[in-house]
Design a binder for this molecule. Structure first.
Ligand code: CA
Ligand code: CA
Length: 658
């Protein structure tokens, strides 16, 4: 605003000066006294020169006629490890200009243009000891200033680069922002947005927002979750299906229907005060068709294009398949996820750098604790490794987890940092989601035990952990926003649910729970994504059932909620579960027994998945129980002598040994 006011004032002053010069000139040439005219030739010449100069000056002031639509990142920080910063500048014909500014410790080392003249990329080099502050960047054509932008280098929060991320001591709550709680009904529908709220449409926007989450942070905290992964909160200004957040239309802006960038930052601050960590969902593979840079692409190769719409084959195994055909790998990586989501080309170095800087910008701006990266194998593998390295260069202890949705441990482990399976690829990605375990939940806790059915399937997955460089660095989960809800998968059986959740909270790795799982929310993927992303009961005024207060909940839902609350809060301060070793025993008679142990503590987990009560001797487990006399079941509070144990059908037991 200030810049524009200044501009108009200057133009006004200049036009007054011009007018007076022109009037003097007219008075001279209209004089018909020849001698006077001859004498005044010098004066005329001088006046003409003055006019030219003044018109020039005036033009330079009046011709700030490029409307700068974007300068991104919109600001940055002093004292980052990487001294390079590449600005994307967007405005009509901005590529004809050259950027100039003066600020101690920063210089322009390069400018680049692509085929679209509306983009200019400026490479800045920033010295380590540069002081925070602001400076005016002038975009000039010759001597004419066509546009200006005040760029700011902010101060970093103390200790920013040393931040630690999430780890095995955490339990992640995956929360769908549009479907959790509506804290502000006024933002449900917003002017300028292509889709308006409609709670009757399972695939429409329902009005959940950041305020709703802030209002219920106590619930999340009291349940015992220690970290929250939010499905994307950035702008999805799409005509339909905009609620899910995976079709981003502005990488630097929170969707107005969720709130503002500042609201997101406020939420993070409030969460940190409760020791809740924040994990942001990011997507490098695609964006929304309505993204501003898709509507006016910097270059043809900004996205992958085919003569006609080409969908990905979704076969992620093709990336490291030694026998893969070129076309299969190409279609996997370059095919589009959907007609509404163009596939980004991370081999365009300008785009990749833009996305990487965007990650770092959000970490620094919000104070993030972690990133969940969507569709991890779908972008080019070298580009993703580059991303992970750059983030770790700024934040060496930061945590990132990649969605490697593949079914075999050998496939998933190849994408984890320090992987030693079969190929040369190094991803630098610290955590991966454990999809093989996810797949095993249903058979493990619903099938009767047989040679290759039932709980043995879970055991078998774990026997392959040698494939991981760091088997503990996996996020384990029973459900998420893309598949059937666990309670539905388990036949809506509370006993199966308790067994499954006990396993999830006590096996190796870092557990993640999908919102509403703790109160037995149901949903099947084939019934539409809306079915597995239903509104959290109690999040909307007038909801008959309210999970936050317990009103209207069934007995089973209340039992499940109390069960989870107990298990989660117990897990919170159990280093033996976070970082202890794992030893398990081949399941027999439907009973799966394993131990988590370290130098000071041992926990014995017994899962009776069978339909009958079982009495069993602890002798078989002597190598782990020798030296211990009692075990206290943290689920029931009862203490047992470690001789013969009696376990009812379909029941878990978590014994702290002493
Ligand atoms: Ca709302
Ligand atoms: Ca892709």
């Amino acid at each position: 605003m200030g810049i524009w006011l200044q501009y108009f004032r200057r133009v006004d002053v200049q036009s007054k000066i011009q007018k007076s010069v022109v009037l003097q000139f007219i008075s001279v040439v209209s004089n018909d006294d020849g001698i006077k005219l001859k004498i005044d030739m010098f004066r005329i010449k001088t006046l003409l020169i003055c006019i030219v100069i003044l018109l020039g000056v005036s033009n330079s002031l009046q011709s700030q006629n490029i409307d700068l639509k974007k300068v991104e990142p919109p600001f940055w920080w002093a004292g980052m490890n990487n001294s390079n910063l590449k600005l994307l500048v967007y405005g009509e014909n901005i590529s004809i200009t050259q950027a100039e500014f003066k600020y101690k410790g920063i210089k322009i080392v390069n400018s680049s243009t692509l085929s679209n003249p509306n983009y200019l990329f400026i490479d800045l080099q920033i010295e380590n000891d540069v002081q925070p502050g602001s400076f005016m960047i002038e975009f000039k054509e010759g001597r004419k200033v066509k546009a200006e932008y005040t760029y700011e280098l902010k101060s970093r929060v103390k200790g920013s680069s040393q931040r630690s991320g999430f780890d095995q001591s955490d339990v992640i709550y995956l929360l769908f922002p549009d479907r959790f709680a509506n804290g502000d009904p006024n933002n449900d529908s917003m002017e300028g947005m292509l889709e308006q709220a409609d709670r009757t449409n399972p695939n429409g926007r329902h009005g959940g927002d950041i305020k709703g989450i802030i209002d219920h942070l106590d619930y999340i905290d009291n349940m015992g979750y220690t970290a929250v992964w939010f499905n994307p909160l950035l702008e999805n200004n799409m005509p339909a299906f905009s609620y899910h957040g995976y079709a981003i239309t502005d990488f630097y802006k929170v969707d107005a229907r969720f709130g503002t960038n500042q609201d997101y930052k406020t939420m993070v601050e409030k969460m940190h005060r409760k020791d809740l960590k924040v994990i942001m969902d990011m997507i490098f593979n695609h964006c929304g068709l309505e993204h501003w840079f898709i509507k006016d692409m910097p270059s043809e190769d900004w996205i992958h294009q085919f003569p006609e719409f080409t969908r990905s084959n979704f076969r992620g195994g093709s990336v490291f398949d030694p026998y893969a055909s070129d076309i299969d790998k190409k279609y996997f990586q370059q095919g589009w996820f959907d007609t509404s989501m163009p596939d980004l080309n991370q081999h365009n170095e300008f785009l990749l750098n833009y996305l990487i800087q965007n990650s770092i910008w959000w970490i620094e701006y919000l104070g993030l604790d972690g990133i969940r990266m969507d569709t991890y194998p779908y972008p080019y593998e070298d580009a993703m490794a580059n991303w992970a390295e750059r983030v770790l260069e700024e934040y060496p202890d930061f945590s990132m987890v990649g969605e490697v949705w593949l079914s075999q441990p050998s496939q998933v482990s190849a994408w984890q940092a320090e992987s030693h399976v079969g190929n040369e690829y190094q991803s630098s990605l610290p955590y991966v989601f454990d999809f093989p375990i996810y797949d095993a939940f249903k058979p493990a806790f619903t099938e009767n035990e047989g040679w290759s059915t039932g709980i043995i399937k879970m055991y078998d997955i774990l026997t392959q952990d040698y494939l991981y460089a760091n088997p503990q660095d996996v996020v384990v989960f029973a459900d998420n926003h893309d598949g059937d809800r666990i309670y539905s998968k388990l036949g809506e059986n509370l006993d199966n649910f308790k067994l499954a959740m006990t396993f999830l909270m006590t096996t190796r790795g870092l557990p993640q729970v999908y919102y509403g799982t703790e109160v037995l929310m149901t949903g099947l993927e084939h019934a539409g994504h809306g079915d597995i992303r239903k509104d959290f009961p109690g999040g909307w005024d007038g909801d008959e059932k309210n999970v936050f207060t317990g009103v209207g909940m069934s007995e089973d839902e209340l039992k499940a909620q109390r069960f989870m609350e107990k298990l989660l809060n117990w897990r919170k301060d159990k280093p033996v579960i976070h970082h202890g070793k794992l030893k398990h025993f081949i399941p027999a008679d439907g009973i799966y027994v394993y131990f988590r142990y370290d130098e000071t503590n041992t926990v014995m987990v017994v899962l009776n998945t069978s339909e009958k009560e079982v009495k069993f001797s602890t002798q078989h487990f002597a190598e782990m129980v020798d030296g211990f006399k009692y075990g206290r079941n943290i689920l029931s509070g009862k203490t047992y002598e470690l001789v013969k144990l009696n376990l009812p059908a379909k029941t878990p037991m978590v014994l702290e040994l002493r």
